[in-house]
Design a protein around this ligand. Sequence first.
Ligand SMILES: Cc1cc2nc3c(=O)[nH]c(=O)nc-3n(C[C@H](O)[C@H](O)[C@H](O)COP(=O)(O)OP(=O)(O)OC[C@H]3O[C@@H](n4cnc5c(N)ncnc54)[C@H](O)[C@@H]3O)c2cc1C
Length: 343
Amino acid sequence: MHKNYDVIVAGTGPAGLAIASALGREGLNIVCVDPKANQPWENNTCAWADEIRPLGLDKYCDKIWPQIEIIFGENSSKVLAGAYAHFDNDKLRNALLKDIKEIVVQETVTVAHDGKGSIVTLKNGDKLKSIMVVDATGHAHRLMEKPEKEADSFQNVLGILARVGKHPYSLEHMILMDFRSGFLGKKNHPPTFLYAMPFAPDLAFFEETSLADNPGVPFDLLKERLYQRLEHMKIKILKVEKNEEGALAMNPVVPDLKQRVIGYGLAGGFVHAATGWSVARSLAQSGPAARSIAEGIRAGLLPDAIAEQTYKILWPRELLRMRIIHKRGARCGTPIFPGIPPS
Ligand SMILES: Cc1cc2nc3c(=O)[nH]c(=O)nc-3n(C[C@H](O)[C@H](O)[C@H](O)COP(=O)(O)OP(=O)(O)OC[C@H]3O[C@@H](n4cnc5c(N)ncnc54)[C@H](O)[C@@H]3O)c2cc1C
């Protein structure tokens, strides 16, 4: 016996919970599926404050810095317009979870479609049935078709949240990128930079970052550089409160926009090619996407038609064009998305 839903959402990362919460608020019968559904989000989650304030999401942030600085060299820096926001992951996650009634702690394995809906098979053999399926499984994008191979370009990062004797930053500004590399002498390749967020006079997050590389810059090298850099800056680490290490997929391909499964978040190619971020976009598009799905279901549209109208909202022509520019800028040597209709 299959359990029946309006929508199955695979993945409960920021993207999965954002769209599932919005679908729940639309009054749809939804289920989320994720083997790690009970685990908190570990990574720092940040966004430009201007992107989340209009959505009223700044109330889920534990810190907003009014100034963002980029340091290019010893005597060269720039303060960017706009503020920078750091989410309290648990607060945001719990707020999104309130709208979600059912979660299955399992892995989705396959999806099969018929005229009226889809059947998702889970790793334990159970099958769930729904009118629509959203794939928000991140880099795995288990249930979706992509028109080309994923581009291999990774932003590798290694960071620490640390108690320090003192740090040189004002609590009013964070350092998006500090490119100074004089402390490395001639051994300054591949290029990396410091990303720093001061939370208190004696507490800051420091992360050595490689913007994009293939293969990604080794974590050992990032760690070595981070500690060298902090020593050079005379920042004394008293206690490491938390470690962060990860690879951000920088160039995920735009999904095939003709398919039934709706790709969302990282799985749906939302990633910004310059920063590697996607959370703000996943949050911002969840309302319009959920409305499109709910209206389609209420109007009795066929699933393919609902997916098509929803993809038009997620990937309007302007965004597809911007994507081309981003990819060219990233120069990762992959073909540009071929499916954009002529204007
Ligand atoms: C160290 C680090 C720091 C980052 N900082 C930021 C930041 O500040 N701001 C930002 O916007 N982005 C940041 N990112 C990028 C960030 O990871 C993504 O933006 C965000 O997590 C993407 O959310 P998502 O829900 O699309 O995918 P994910 O967070 O990857 O979530 C995917 C979920 O799908 C689940 N899943 C996988 N396979 C299956 C399956 N077969 N069935 C069911 N579930 C499955 C996984 O368990 C996971 O819970 C950072 C990434 C890293 C590594």
